[in-house]
Design a protein around this ligand. Structure first.
Ligand code: ADP
Ligand code: MG
Length: 325
């Protein structure tokens, strides 16, 4: 942990202006186009950079080569180090014992857990419940920590936090003080907030980072086939920032995602999550929420690397998330 923090700080000392051939004007152009750190440049292609305009392909090759020298691209870890890091993994309760069991004990730190489902399926309710739960002591399934929420749909409701806190016998004011909410107005703002999360974690002990919703801005801003590649590239970068935050801070990352109907599926459930392979491969745990009677919702675990697929019923209520019967 201390080790990873140190590496990160060393990386941050070198800015893109330190690269040969990158003056103020070029740096500004690069930043405007999302190339704001050494790592992003190191993994860029010369063609990408030259398309920005004002940077010749030859110059782009040199900039990328220099960035690669500085960037810690070949950061290998031994199996022993990875095992050591995995020993630190902690679990956060969802409020439903059944759902926790389905997840092997709760949401894991150092991974991204994705909840997807149609409008009203309970994604935001789960996010709010997780926020409350994270502030509770470890013996109650929490982290006794602060929470960061990136809210893209303006659906954060302090009133719901108060209701859920009261039900658990918590002081609602104390809980609200520990939840830091940032509204994201568009996908670039959302990406920036994902990067800024690291700064907030220096001031507060944040063990839960929520993005509700991960994909809505990307979906509405990048329509049509022509912009799909760019959308996926940005989404990929954003998700890796989130994952990095989770690894460095030993934090849970939970995101929500919408579904769209696939017209080519005639049997079974045609609803499929947005974001394609990028989201599917970066999220370690994916849970599909479906509406049932009243406040009941069916939660299904999909594509887990080591847990069996399965489903369970949860209940949405004024008091929060609990087991459904
Ligand atoms: P999504 O984010 O997936 O669109 P939400 O998390 O906003 O969906 O879920 C909305 C549902 O949550 C409502 O249909 C209702 O069943 C439940 N819900 C929200 N607020 C309350 C409340 N105060 N009391 C009981 N149930 C609630
Ligand atoms: Mg919602």
């Amino acid at each position: 942990m201390a080790e990873t923090k140190k590496i990160e700080e060393e990386e941050q000392k070198i800015t893109i202006e330190d690269l040969p051939g990158v003056g103020e004007a070029t740096a500004e152009k690069l930043r405007e186009n999302g190339y704001d750190d050494i790592m992003t440049l190191a993994v860029a292609s010369p063609k990408d950079l030259s398309e920005i305009g004002g940077i010749a392909e030859g110059a782009a090759v040199k900039i990328i080569a220099a960035a690669r020298k500085y960037a810690d691209v070949g950061n290998f870890e031994t199996g022993e180090e990875i095992l050591e890091r995995r020993r630190l993994i902690k679990k956060l309760t969802t409020g439903s014992k059944n759902l926790d069991d389905l997840l092997g004990g709760g949401l894991e730190t150092q991974s991204i857990t994705e909840f997807f489902g149609e409008f009203g399926s309970g994604k935001t309710q789960i996010m709010l419940q997780l926020a409350v739960n994270a502030t509770t002591p470890v013996e109650n399934g929490g982290f006794d920590s602060d929470v960061l929420i990136i809210d893209t749909e303006n659906t954060f409701r302090p009133e719901r936090i108060i209701q859920m806190s009261k039900y658990k016998g918590l002081d609602p004011d104390l809980v609200l003080k520990r939840i830091h909410v940032a509204r994201a107005y568009n996908s670039h703002h959302q990406i920036l907030l994902g990067e800024k999360a690291a700064e907030l974690s220096k001031e507060f002990d944040i063990k839960l980072l929520l993005v509700d919703s991960l994909t809505s801005h990307f979906r509405s801003e990048y329509m049509g086939r022509g912009s799909l590649a760019e959308r996926q590239q940005l989404l990929n970068r954003h998700m890796h920032d989130l994952l990095r935050f989770g690894t460095i801070n030993n934090a849970v990352i939970a995101v929500t995602n919408q579904v769209s109907a696939r017209p080519d599926i005639f049997f079974g459930d045609p609803m499929t999550p947005i974001g394609g392979n990028i989201v599917g491969h970066t999220a370690t745990f994916r849970i599909y929420l479906r509406k049932s009677k009243g406040g009941k919702r069916i939660a299904r675990l999909i594509d887990s690397p080591y847990l069996p697929e399965g489903e369970t019923v949860i209940q949405l209520s004024e008091d929060g998330i609990m087991d459904g019967s």
